[in-house]
Design a protein around this ligand. Structure first.
Ligand code: NAP
Length: 290
């Protein structure tokens, strides 16, 4: 069993980004700039935002955190987004999810300028990604692809089973790995809550790569995977003890795997690194650097 070390891979990608940025700055350009909007107080979001801001500093970017009250009206939030869309000093904009219940997240995502949509959630980017065109790719899915690439794990002609069909993880990673991309060309089975248990087991037991994003600790057990499978655990679950775990029963499943991601230190790190790649690309687009 080998560990897919998200920290090591992310650190190497961030060092590469930092070098590029320092070249641009030495050439007289301003630094890339990322803006994050955080609405209300939500402990996991606080920690994700902190990690994005720290990593943006390590990448050589400037970042700005805009905190807005839980009670903000949807119209007011949309107005702030429109202001940032018009601001040429911001390259990338993240509206941290989840939002308070009275705000429709899709309205918010739709309002972000696709050219600043470094999360890759806007329908324009999602549509282009689906069609195999150049676009900002949803960060967690893109991070998983980068991790597979870093460890030279082939996806071409492999059978991938994805568990969970959320718009931010399950759906985009299924599409990306099925597409004719560098990391792609796989045969993908996308499963979800309506997938009969027997069918899920039938699929996961023959899968070369299993990607799980359901948010249920210990969901993937050793009887579900074949010897030598690659396991990508996207889940981030906080147990009552305070321990952070994924969706895989790691200790029991890991011995059967050829490769497996740990939690923490796996996909989470890669999500943030992929956001930095998207931000750098947004900046390069702004300055016609590519
Ligand atoms: P989500 O929006 O809650 O979606 C969960 C998905 O799992 C849904 O598609 C749901 O099916 C499916 N599901 C639930 N129970 C199932 C079951 N028994 N069998 C098969 N499918 C089942 O979750 P998400 O946003 O994708 O997040 C999933 C997990 O990943 C969470 O722990 C989250 O914290 C974590 N996460 C981590 C990162 C990272 O960077 N590492 C990024 C994003 C999310 P239905 O669609 O039918 O409801």
């Amino acid at each position: 069993m080998n560990i897919l070390d998200g920290k090591k891979c992310a650190d190497s990608l961030i060092a590469e980004i930092g070098k590029k940025v320092s070249g641009y700055v030495q050439g007289g350009l301003r630094k890339p700039h990322m803006t994050i909007i955080l609405v209300g107080e939500h402990a996991p979001s606080e920690s994700y935002v902190k990690s994005k801001i720290t990593t943006s500093g390590l990448s050589g970017f400037e970042s700005e955190l805009i905190r807005l009250p839980e009670s903000i009206r949807e119209e007011e939030l949309l107005a702030r987004i429109r202001e940032i869309n018009e601001d040429h000093t911001t390259d990338g904009l993240i509206v941290q999810l989840p939002l308070p219940k009275h705000i429709n997240p899709q309205n918010i995502i739709n309002a972000i300028d696709p050219a600043k949509d470094i999360d890759g959630f806007h329908p324009t980017n999602f549509g282009k990604m689906t069609l195999g065109q150049k676009a900002f790719r949803p960060a967690t899915a893109y991070g998983i692809c980068k991790l597979l690439q870093y460890y030279s794990i082939p996806t071409k002609a492999k059978h991938v089973v994805v568990i969970g069909r959320s718009n931010i993880v399950g759906k985009p990673i299924s599409i990306m790995l099925a597409n004719d991309f560098d990391i792609g060309n796989a045969t993908v089975t996308l499963t979800h809550i309506e997938t009969p248990r027997e069918l899920l087991l039938e699929m996961t037991r023959v899968a070369d790569i299993v990607i799980v994003a359901v948010g249920i600790p210990g969901f993937v057990t050793p009887d579900m995977v074949k010897e030598g499978a690659v396991l990508i655990d996207v889940g981030i679950n906080r147990l009552e003890s305070g321990k952070l775990v994924g969706d895989v029963d790691f200790d029991a499943v890991a011995p059967k795997c050829s490769w497996i991601t740990p939690v923490p230190g796996g996909v989470g790190r890669m999500t943030v690194a992929a956001l930095m790649i998207n931000t750098l690309n947004a900046y390069q687009n702004n300055f016609n650097l590519v």
